[in-house]
Design a protein around this ligand. Structure first.
Ligand code: RAM
Length: 537
């Protein structure tokens, strides 16, 4: 550079600095956003459609020994429904014999007389038998009543072939007749479902020697995953039907071991990045329609934003796709900046301040749970994984602060959360002992292997322990057992928990499950639970 150029350069860069000083930084990913969203679109999978028909007519009967007090019984052929007047069959239940997600079509055919008035029906779709037998109203659930899968339709012209516009997720369908004319008669026939999923491959079979219960657990898990894999990893095809980071993380793990449809993972990672907040932090969940958009407002979930980094690292490890990982690295790096903003002088995460600032600290659906220890563990674990990711990408210089931060938070956790006498990790002012705290202190390796084993053994004998509410947390608990070298116990636990759902008749794994309480619901009303839930696969 000659003197003139140097002068011009310093004037210009001085001006930029002035501009930067005046204009507060707006969208940190302004330049990348569009490209990320285009890449998400380019990786959008094709949906595979299969036409499925109901297999038989069943009765939903009360049975105290069945899951939630109801079970499906009987196996009558569909011809009984299709060949006779529907007027005498209101309330009939058909069984597709498998969990499906898709669009329902049926025919109304005239039997005799002139259709002189409309017909009115209620279609109720259920993933589990109790959804067809539990009154939905008056409704007191915490989530919208509209998620429940009952539709009232009025048909003006007969004969007709009708497709209901909403996508349903279900195994059972009940049809009630709500209105018809005495001057004509009709039958319902040719029911079918256009079932959709983005999975068109089979997972590798298990070893021949695998026990039948483990094979069943595997089959139900794969069905759950297949049903949730639509054009994003949905959390549940019945309810929420959107991309949540925590669900994506566990679905992607299972996908890597089974269907290996890595493009869906790539799409989801790009979609979340493209829809991040202007300050660069990730929204906990995003929707695809009508246009990709986040659930703006109160949707920032602290733990999920950090688990994004783990999912990105896993994606790189599974695929070797460095280009994508490098492209999205700035997002991962950004997420690592958050914990230090809430660090107390003693190295503990200031969870009370985070809550005051409206951050959602999730960990698990459990009202009783104190989240201090878990969040500390999740941060440490995610930062470690983020640093590994940085190393794989040659970016460790950009996150030089992480090793010291991890050491500091680990020391603080040991100092403040570990009870040397009992061998258990405790959380919050009341020194609460929970599965969540042990799981995350172990997964994050705050606990040594010996301490981990001691903690898990002490946990089973401890009193007033807060247990998990969902398979989501049980996943981490089992991971903790494996990390502690307790592989046999981990396997037994998996068999008893997921096998418990199988024994209770699960076709797909449930969002919330407590072996001792079939009616557990994070939303105050068990039929609104999702019974085919991503994080349970
Ligand atoms: C549930 C969703 C999803 C989960 C969030 C936190 O409502 O269905 O599975 O990630 O909550």
């Amino acid at each position: 550079m000659n003197l003139k150029k140097i002068l011009l350069f310093s004037i210009l860069s001085g001006m930029t600095q002035v501009l930067i000083a005046q204009e507060p930084a707006k969208d940190v990913f302004l330049l990348q956003r569009k490209d990320w969203l285009q890449k998400a679109e380019a990786s959008k999978p094709k949906l595979f459609e299969t036409v499925k028909k109901p297999v038989s007519i069943v009765k939903i009967v009360k049975d105290e020994n069945s899951f939630q007090g109801w079970r499906a019984e009987g196996n009558q052929p569909l011809s009984g429904l299709y060949d006779s007047s529907f007027k005498k069959q209101s309330g009939v239940v058909v069984d597709f014999k498998e969990h499906l997600t898709g669009y329902f079509t049926f025919t109304i055919k005239s039997i005799h007389g002139t259709p002189d008035a409309p017909l009115r029906f209620r279609f109720t779709f259920g993933e589990v038998p109790s959804e067809l037998a539990t009154p939905f109203d008056p409704y007191n659930g915490a989530l919208s009543r509209a998620w429940l899968q009952d539709e009232i339709i009025t048909v003006m012209d007969v004969p007709a072939r009708i497709t209901l516009p909403r996508r349903f997720a279900f195994r059972y369908l009940k049809i009630d007749l709500l209105g018809s004319s005495q001057y004509f008669d009709f039958a319902i026939t040719d029911m079918e479902l256009k079932a959709t999923t983005s999975v068109d491959v089979k997972a590798a079979p298990l070893a021949r020697s695998t026990s039948s219960l483990i094979s069943d657990i595997d089959r139900v898990g794969l069905t759950t995953l297949k049903e949730c894999m639509q054009t994003v990893y949905e959390d549940g095809p019945k309810r929420d039907r959107r991309l949540w980071i925590g669900d994506l993380y566990l679905e992607a793990l299972a996908n890597t071991q089974s269907f290996k449809k890595h493009d869906l993972t790539k799409r989801c990672l790009y979609l979340l990045a493209g829809l991040s907040r202007e300050d660069g932090f990730l929204h906990s969940n995003v929707f695809e329609n009508p246009e990709p958009h986040p659930q703006a407002g109160a949707s920032f979930l602290f733990d999920y934003s950090l688990l994004y980094n783990v999912a990105l690292k896993d994606y790189l490890d599974a695929t070797g796709d460095r280009a994508t990982a490098l492209d999205l690295w700035p997002v991962a790096k950004k997420q690592t900046e958050n914990p230090s903003k809430y660090l107390k002088a003693d190295g503990m995460f200031d969870y009370q301040q985070a809550i005051k600032d409206n951050w959602w600290l999730f960990v698990d659906w459990s009202e009783a749970l104190d989240r201090e220890a878990s969040i500390q563990g999740i941060i440490i674990y995610s930062l470690k994984q983020s640093y590994q990711l940085a190393k794989s990408l040659g970016k460790e210089n950009e996150v030089k602060n992480l090793p010291a931060l991890i050491t500091r938070m680990t020391a603080a956790a040991r100092e403040n959360l570990y009870n040397k006498r009992t061998g258990l990790f405790e959380s919050g002012p009341d020194k609460q002992v929970s599965y969540a705290s042990q799981a995350w202190m172990i997964v994050s390796e705050v606990a040594s292997k010996e301490e981990a084993e001691r903690a898990l053994k002490a946990l089973s004998a401890a009193k007033d322990v807060v247990k998990p509410g969902t398979p989501y947390l049980y996943h981490y608990f089992i991971e903790a057992m494996i990390k502690s070298g307790m592989t046999k116990e981990a396997k037994d636990f998996m068999i008893s928990y997921w096998g418990g759902m199988v024994k209770k008749g699960a076709d797909t794994f449930w969002e919330a499950y407590d072996p001792s309480n079939d009616y557990l619901s994070p939303y105050n009303y068990f039929p609104i639970n999702s019974y085919c839930h991503a994080w349970s696969c």
